[in-house]
Design a protein around this ligand. Structure first.
Ligand SMILES: Cc1cc2nc3c(=O)[nH]c(=O)nc-3n(C[C@H](O)[C@H](O)[C@H](O)COP(=O)(O)OP(=O)(O)OC[C@H]3O[C@@H](n4cnc5c(N)ncnc54)[C@H](O)[C@@H]3O)c2cc1C
Length: 375
């Protein structure tokens, strides 16, 4: 039996980022069900980094994370983790007043926004359809995340400090032995004092395996497709396109155009697959808002974005259970916030000071505690 201080269940970005920050201080095992890390949500994202996203707390977590992305520790990644892409918000004729309102609200906190005429918008994003776009503004603060490099950086750092990564191991029936948890894995039995629930869409069922009540983390399916870009369109420099109410978004991906209908359908945790109707909407928006002809859908996929009822991440020990730690509920921002959330989770487990940036941002880590959601 191999003994560890901490067993992290889930080898997505949450589990790996925590392993990275925790392994210098504790012996760590990451246990992943699939044959491959990042197989679920992490491998299916749009790989986008934005500073303005949903709740103000998430914006603060993004800002804290950006410091890490911009200057990761020596040897973490051979390439820059973020590549600036910029984004254009667009509205059709029915929504120009809405675009004005969002522009006024956002420019109060983001001085980088630039109002665009339709001609300017089309000059910047030549695939935009002139008979669709009636209003637009530009925000330089959109970046592509090099998700593979980020994952590999976390993984290498964790391994360098002795973390064990155990794949193809479904944590099914843990049991107690003395003051430790014993888990059967593909690499033999593993025992750990502390369990971390980094199981993404399965966070609630995993908690139940350990005798805890679910806290209401619900996976929501989101779909994306890619289609060919016409000749002469440079995917490297093409900005992201966002419908003003996030009815859809599009961005270059692997030399093609990714389109998502921004669906958010509650679902059971599973290896979710795209529904035909959502693929059709993704293709419809490409044809409605751009001049890109959808001759074929090159690839389509779906993944889970898992939310707690208040849509904030869930980070901390369960009430009266110092052996069970939640790292879940990262919704649609788990990759872009992984440096901040991984470091925060490690500091709470080790009992060290809150990581750099949280105090300056007036983010009290207790706001993310699962205790707020426990019955
Ligand atoms: C279409 C789409 C677009 C997105 N775009 C972005 C974006 O642009 N930027 C961004 O920051 N975020 C984005 N997200 C969200 C992001 O992908 C998630 O927040 C993040 O990947 C969650 O990571 P995770 O490690 O919690 O979950 P996962 O990557 O799902 O990892 C959880 C792991 O736990 C394992 N597991 C579960 N139960 C068990 C068990 N019993 N035993 C062993 N292993 C188990 C699973 O196999 C899984 O691999 C997007 C998501 C989707 C679907």
């Amino acid at each position: 039996m191999r003994e560890f201080d901490v067993a992290i269940i889930g080898g997505g970005i949450a589990g790996l980022s925590l392993a990275y920050f925790l392994a210098p201080h504790r012996s760590v095992a990451v246990i992943e069900r699939e044959d491959g890390l990042g197989y679920h949500s992490t491998g299916r994202s749009a790989a986008e980094f934005v500073l303005r996203y949903n709740a103000p707390e998430v914006c603060e977590l993004a800002a804290i994370s950006k410091v890490f992305f911009d200057r990761p520790p020596e040897g973490f990644s051979d390439v820059a983790l973020l590549k600036q892409r910029g984004g254009v918000m667009i509205a059709n004729a029915e929504k120009t007043a809405r675009l004005e309102a969002v522009f006024a609200e956002e420019s109060a906190v983001n001085p980088d926004l630039k109002r665009l005429t339709v001609d300017e918008a089309i000059a910047l994003v030549p695939i935009l359809r002139r008979d669709y776009v009636a209003g637009a503004f530009y925000d330089p603060n959109f970046w592509d995340i090099e998700v593979d490099n980020l994952m590999q950086g976390y993984l290498r750092g964790a391994r360098r400090h002795g973390a064990a990564i155990i794949e193809r191991s479904d944590v099914l029936a843990p049991h107690r032995k003395d003051d430790r948890w014993v888990l059967a894995t593909s690499a033999g039995d593993v025992s750990a004092k502390t369990i971390v629930n980094a199981a993404g869409g399965w966070a609630d069922p995993v908690a139940e395996l350990f005798g805890l009540a679910p806290i209401g983390i619900v996976p929501h399916r989101r779909t994306a497709i890619t289609v060919d870009l016409p000749d002469g369109i440079d995917a490297l420099t093409l900005p992201e396109i966002n419908e003003i109410d996030e009815d859809f978004y599009m961005k270059p991906e692997g030399g093609r155009l990714l389109s998502s209908p921004a669906d958010a359908t509650p679902c059971e945790p599973a290896d979710v697959q795209p529904e035909e109707i959502d693929v059709a909407w993704a293709a419809h928006y490409v044809e409605e808002a751009t001049t890109v002809p959808v001759r074929r859908v090159f690839k389509s996929w779906a993944g889970m974005r898992s939310f707690a009822p208040d849509r904030l991440p869930v980070i901390g020990f369960a009430r009266e259970r110092p052996d069970f730690f939640w790292l879940a509920g990262q919704g649609g921002y788990g990759i872009l916030t992984s440096p901040a959330l991984g470091a925060l989770a490690a500091s709470l487990i080790v009992g060290t000071a809150t990581p750099h940036g949280f105090e300056a941002a007036s983010l009290d880590p207790s706001m993310f505690s699962p205790v707020r959601l426990e019955a």
